[in-house]
Design a protein around this ligand. Sequence first.
Ligand code: SAH
Ligand code: SF4
Length: 362
Amino acid sequence: MNSRTPSGLPVTRYDHDRTALGSLLEGEPDYRIDQLWQGLYQDLADPEEITTLPSALRDRLVHDLPPGLTEEARSVGDEGETVKWLWRLTDGALVETVLMHYAERSTVCVSTQSGCAMGCGFCATGQMGFDRHLTTGEIVEQVVRAQREAGERRVSNVVFMGMGEPLANYDRTWGAVERIHGDLGLSARHLTISTVGLVPGIRRMADEQLPVNLAVSLHAADDELRDELVPINRRWPLSELAEACSHHIRSTGRRLSFEWALIHDTNDRPEDARRFADYARPLGAHINLIPLNPTPGWPTRGSSQQRVAAFADELRSHGANVTVRRTRGTEIDAACGQLRADRMDVPVEAPGRRQATTTLTD
Ligand code: SAH
Ligand code: SF4
């Protein structure tokens, strides 16, 4: 039986930082802590593979440091350049991770919750509701497993854009940021947290020691439409969100980006672009446009390619800095919550959806 935290979450291999590893090795010489830490965080080895440790100790550690993730399914797309996993956690909860190789870098997209409570209607994860928070170790292990898969190609970037709302699981997510930076050695400026706009969480992030990038999923720049698309906007409307973003930029010096899923005739009209540009410009935000990925529980389709291009042009004509996301993992449904949805037997969508672009690029 695995141990659990007081909140009922499991304690798994990467839930142990160096201090916790020290307690686990009480009575052993100090250098064993370094050997174990090096094995887990530098060599990304399983305890049984850490041959610097005596075999009796390894046997005990195999038991005391159980992995948090078991591979339930894996799909590979883009000629091996995109790998997506569906993991089963120790209590049966399911989450996904996506590894994306580019010429100049490799990026892993991690989940922070199984499901999500934020209720954005167009999002496959949101449609499933909330299952549970992930622990710090379960988030960190996604990066470790992706790096093991990547081999020689070093994972340099992590985006917190998989399943769940990172800032609704703030402490564990931030614990993972610190572990990924301090123990796995990734630079803070290569870490990006994507949020639907939880204002107190953005303010907390701004005051942390490590300056990471902030991505805000905006989708609408007027409160009436945003209230509908992203229900949390009723709690923290656009004006408060802009203030929190501005605070984050001032205190971290990091770049802000806005995500905008283009939904046909809903948020892809010229007046939407104008409002969006007016909102983004004073913040100096970079804009990422994503054509909406079809999901089973949302009737409206994504914008056509022409509408996406016209929307991008309109934004640029108002002085905005825009990227239309590169398509990744289309044939393997590397999109928010999609693989899990398939395994969970939620109603299957139309075959045409495989034409859609993925949300999980950076
Ligand atoms: N909860 C966080 C991070 C996970 S969602 C957030 O909302 O930012 C990751 C990104 O996928 C978000 O920008 C989200 O708006 C987007 N997304 C969700 N469902 C989508 C869909 N069906 N099509 C396109 N993008 C989608
Ligand atoms: Fe949650 Fe993000 Fe999906 Fe909204 S878009 S339901 S916040 S995962």
